[in-house]
Every structure is written in C-alpha cells, then in structure tokens.
Design a protein around this ligand. Structure first.
Ligand code: NAP
Length: 353
C-alpha cells in the first residue's frame, strides 16, 4: 500500500518523523514541506520521494513567507567595517531604519557618521572562539538581540601554491574560513533567539573561477565559505535561520586587492608564470566594474525582502556582477559537459547487482 505523508519538515520534529519512518516502506511518498525548501530537497534525496505537487504548493507558501516584510528594526552585526563592503553595508542598513553593531579590528578605523542606531565593537575574527563569543555576548546585550550576522571580514592573499605552501593557505583560511565559522558559531545562540535571523556569508565568484594562477589560496578559502554556507543552510533550517551566500565579482573596494603577491619563496621554474600573474593582478585595482554601494543595497534588499528582492523567494546564493554571472555559468557548463561526455564512465563503477 502506498501512503502519502505530509510533514512540516522544516521543524525538527517533522524531520525526525520523516527520518524515523523512512526505512519502514520504500513505497511511501513522503511530502516534505517547510519554509526552507533546501531542507525539503535534502529530504527528497534521502527519501527518494516523489513530492513535486506538494512541493509546488509549498513553494507558494515559502515565497509568501520570505517576501513578508518585517517592520521591526533588526539588529545587524557586521564584521570588517573599516572599509569596503562592510563600511557600505553599515550605511545601507542604517538608512533602512535598522540597528547596526559595526565591528572592526580597530574601532577607530570605523569612519561612519554617528547614529543612535549604530554601535561599534572591536572584533578580530582570528581572535579564537572564546574571545569572539565573549564579544558577541556583549554585543547581544546592546539591543537585547542579534538578528542578522554578516561575515564580511576577509583578506585575499595572492601567490603560487608551491611557493606559498600550506603556511599561506593557513594564513588565508584563518581569516576567511576559521574566522567566519568562529563568528557564526558565537552568534548562533543569539540568532536562534531571534524571530527573523539571517546569516550572510561573503563568498566570491573566485570560488567558481579557480583556474587562475596566483588565486589558489583565496579561491580555495571562498569555495570553503560557500560550502560551509550550503551546509549551514540545512543545519539552521530547523531554527528558521536563513543563510545567504553572497558571491560578488570584481568590485571597487579599498582593500581586498591591496595584498602584495607572495614572492618570498621564489622557485625559478615559476618565474615566467609568476610575472604574468603579478602583472595581471596589479592591473586590477581601479578597473573593477562593480559598484560596492549598489551591491550592498541589494544585500539589504534581500535580507529585508524589500526593493529588488520584494516578492522573490529566498535565494541561498546572491551572485553580484556580470563577471559573477559569467563565472558561475562557465563553471556549471564545464561540470555538466564533463558528466555528459564521461557519463558512461562516471556511472560504470557501482558494484554489479
Ligand atoms: N571587492 C571585491 O571585489 C570582492 C569580491 C568578492 C568577494 N569579496 C569579499 O568581500 C569581503 C569584503 O572585502 P572588501 O572588498 O570590502 O575588502 P576590504 O576593503 O579590504 O575590506 C575587508 C575588511 O575585512 C577586514 N578584516 C581583515 N582581516 C580581519 C580580521 N582578522 N578581523 C576582522 N576584520 C578583518 C578589514 O579590516 P582591517 O582594516 O582591519 O584590515 C576590512 O575592514 C571579503 O570577504 C572579500 O573576500 C570582495
């Protein structure tokens, strides 16, 4: 007999119910529903379920709920507000009537007009979980809540993989990846207490454009950020915490292109390639097409379900810029071409049944 189940699976209890009864009958049709369709999709994969009709009915619900405009001022906590995207995002969120806790390694570097809705806090994202947790607990007391966490702080180290070695990779990951996870974990107890919590992760189109000599350390760190964001979106769905992975292309900010190319372990065999890469990266500052003010306005639109995001479903990803669009398309096409061209081989390695 085939049973049809309709389970509110974005709630923890619903997920447990689906999982518990899953193995009982492979012929069941499990209808996983919820505000977060990524959770529902994950369950679909696990269940091998056919639930497209239910899914489309609940897509409407999901779209409505993510489009609902929150009127209460939200409290944002943003890392890396001394320059670039971070500084602009503070201004954009304040202009929409929200409250912001702007953090930076050096608070004096936060040059934003004072406002009763703005508080500043010293935060180095590499300070380690315990220090960061103490800071964020302190931050949550300012307005009694944190609703939106933006993991914006980041650095971009340029260098060839053999020359930079794992030591440069560690340095890169310490800020962009470990820092992001530590700050997120420290914020989560407060986000769980919020009624409209969002975690924003600053990824990059470099996560997709990895075939570029000199960019390996940075692009690996941003690929890791994307991956963490994707998993977080599922792990945080039971608490109705949304995740947004922002993937900007090239934007004219102050610092990210400021790092010198790593040359202190030069291997002569790479001289030509290193010179080409150095020339290419040094030509970028000043030529970026992306306007960081516009980009951060869109981020605020999405988080608040306003402006350009009004009426649209919640996007896990927010690609920003023509070059981001191009990078995603190229990477996706390349991977699809691989499974098309090599599909018979790809699918030929299961155990014989
Ligand atoms: N601009 C682009 O084209 C682009 C494209 C894709 C992704 N992104 C990403 O967007 C984010 C912001 O970059 P941006 O372009 O705005 O660059 P930016 O102007 O250099 O800003 C980076 C910010 O991160 C802060 N930071 C660095 N290390 C930190 C640490 N250990 N603890 C706390 N803060 C730290 C910097 O503060 P200090 O002043 O203290 O160094 C600065 O405020 C980064 O994650 C970057 O990877 C940028």
């Amino acid at each position: 007999m085939t049973c049809t189940w309709l389970v509110g699976s974005s709630r923890r209890i619903g997920i447990k119910t689906v999982r518990r009864y899953l193995p009982a009958s492979s012929k069941m049709i499990h209808a996983a529903t919820g505000r977060n369709l990524d959770t529902a999709s994950a369950l679909e994969t696990q269940c091998g379920a056919m639930y497209s009709e239910t899914l489309s009915a609940h897509t409407t619900y999901h779209q409505q709920s993510s489009a609902a405009v929150e009127t209460r001022p939200r409290v944002w906590l943003i890392t890396g507000c001394s320059s670039g995207f971070g500084r602009r995002l503070v201004t954009s969120a304040l202009a929409r009537g929200d409250r912001v806790i702007a953090t930076a390694r050096t608070v004096d570097d936060i040059k934003i007009l004072s406002s009763p809705n703005l508080n500043v806090l010293q935060l180095d994202v590499t300070a380690g979980f315990e220090v960061i947790k103490a800071r964020l607990d302190q931050a949550a007391k300012i307005w009694g809540q944190i609703d939106v966490l933006v993991n914006n702080a980041g650095v971009g180290y340029l260098g060839l993989l053999e020359e930079g070695r794992s030591s440069l990779l560690e340095k890169q990951f310490k800020v962009n990846v470990i820092g992001t996870l530590d700050v997120t974990n420290a914020a989560l107890p407060h986000l769980r207490a919020s009624k409209s919590a969002t975690v924003v992760m600053l990824g990059s189109r470099s996560a997709y454009r990895t075939e570029r000599a000199g960019l390996g350390f940075y692009s690996a760190s941003k690929a890791a950020v994307h991956s963490l964001g994707e998993t977080l979106s599922v792990e945080l769905a039971p608490f109705s915490i949304k995740v947004l992975i922002v993937a900007p292309g090239s934007f004219k900010t102050e610092g990210i292109y400021g790092q010198k190319f790593f040359t202190s372990n030069s291997i002569p065999a790479y001289d030509e390639l290193r010179n080409i890469a150095m020339k290419r990266f040094s030509a970028v500052p000043g030529t970026q097409k992306g306007d960081p003010d516009k980009a951060m306005e869109v981020v605020v639109d999405v988080v608040k379900g306003e402006g350009k995001a009004k009426g649209r479903p919640w996007p896990l990803y927010l690609a920003l810029g023509d070059d981001a669009d191009e990078g995603i398309r190229q990477k996706s096409t390349k991977l699809l071409r691989h499974v098309d061209e090599w599909g018979d081989v790809v699918r030929s390695v299961n155990f014989d049944t």
